[in-house]
Write a protein that binds this ligand. Structure first.
Ligand SMILES: *[C@@H]1O[C@H](CO)[C@@H](O)[C@H](O)[C@H]1NC(C)=O
Ligand SMILES: *[C@@H]1O[C@H](CO)[C@@H](O)[C@H](O)[C@H]1NC(C)=O
Ligand SMILES: *[C@@H]1O[C@H](CO)[C@@H](O)[C@H](O)[C@H]1NC(C)=O
Ligand SMILES: *[C@@H]1O[C@H](CO)[C@@H](O)[C@H](O)[C@H]1NC(C)=O
Length: 301
């Protein structure tokens, strides 16, 4: 088969005319359209598809300048940018790569600021620097739905359990600048020490007891604050241990967050909770190392 591109006449950046009497097919260029000239059927016009731009090059090969196969590269964004909860400041005049437009969030939707800009990237997609959003409380939730975004409107929110280092109840207000301003951030209550755990220390261990009799034994003993039964033994625990259970790490943290006097948690596949800080932990509770284990000090208490 003959070479398809016998000669190339470069007319403009957007159209190539391919001349070859023996052409049986079109060159393999993606995103291109080919038109055969009706009067002279051996002339084929090549243009790039909508939104694509032609890049044609010549190359010096063995001291001869040779045309390279043209490529059709994406030259613009396919559609207009869409700004959710906001609007562009001007009309769209071009969708070329690199073009930028500014936009403004609708009143009350400027969680990340009110003014954004959107740019048509090399990938032919619009990329915006901010999203126009309602207030969203990280690690917490608004107490009610949003019904108004007027300046001065206030909404209260509550931090999720285990969050709220700076308090649990917050207030978010729509400011003059039409941005939401929150009075507290819901931050993790726990200060973690990884790969360490506090060894639980029963004051009595009895063998051959079931859960029910273990609980009864604890209930009948003033010294007992909590109990822990395994298949073979029943442990009775006293101050400052307040709860022991088999829990996932997540549930252990939740459990401590819920208990009013939980100041310290230790997780070693078993969740042990204490109502004293790390500094006030009695010496009998040794701190040991183990991969996967962790200690969490509850700073919200
Ligand atoms: C056309 O080019 C593409 C990528 O350059 C390639 O994957 C494909 O196999 C080619 N097709 C033919 C018929 O040569
Ligand atoms: C987004 O771009 C606008 C316009 O350039 C600028 O005013 C604003 O500060 C930018 N916002 C962020 C979060 O970068
Ligand atoms: C934030 O506002 C709420 C609701 O008015 C209030 O209860 C809380 O004390 C405030 N927190 C701070 C740190 O100002
Ligand atoms: C811890 O809890 C026990 C009861 O479980 C109570 O007697 C003790 O006073 C509590 N200690 C502190 C520091 O709150």
């Amino acid at each position: 088969m003959n070479t398809i591109l016998c000669s190339i006449l470069l007319l403009s950046v957007t159209t190539l005319i391919l001349i070859d009497a023996d052409c049986v097919g079109y060159p393999n260029v993606s995103n291109a359209d080919f038109h055969r000239n009706e009067q002279c059927s051996d002339i084929v016009e090549m243009t790039c598809s909508d939104g694509y731009k032609m890049e044609a090059a010549i190359k010096l090969i063995s001291e001869m300048w040779k045309y390279q196969k043209p490529v059709c590269k994406l030259g613009q964004c396919m559609s207009d940018p869409e700004i959710e909860n906001g609007a562009l400041d001007t009309d769209i005049a071009s969708r070329d790569i690199g073009i930028e437009y500014s936009y403004t969030c609708n009143p009350g939707f400027g969680k990340y600021g009110n003014e954004g800009h959107v740019i048509c990237t090399e990938a032919g997609e619009w990329e915006a620097n901010i999203t126009c959003e309602d207030p969203e409380i990280e690690n917490g939730a608004l107490d009610t739905d949003i019904s108004s975004r007027d300046i001065g409107i206030e909404y209260s929110y509550t931090c999720n359990p285990g969050f709220g280092k700076y308090g649990n109840d917050g207030l978010v207000i729509c400011t003059e600048a039409r941005e939401w301003e929150a009075n507290i951030t819901c931050e993790d209550c726990f200060k973690y020490t990884w790969k360490k755990y506090v060894k639980k220390k029963p004051y009595r261990t009895r063998y051959g007891r079931n859960q029910i009799s273990c609980r009864r034994a604890c209930n009948n003993d003033d010294r007992c604050t909590t109990w822990f039964a395994s298949f073979v033994s029943c442990e009775l625990h006293g101050k400052p241990t307040i709860a022991i259970s088999r829990e996932s790490l997540r549930n252990c943290k939740k459990k401590c967050a819920k208990l009013a006097d939980c100041e310290l948690m230790s997780w070693n596949f078993i969740c042990t909770l204490f109502n004293v800080t790390m500094d006030n932990l009695p010496r009998k509770h040794k701190v040991l190392s183990r991969n996967g284990a962790f200690i969490g000090e509850n700073l919200c208490k």
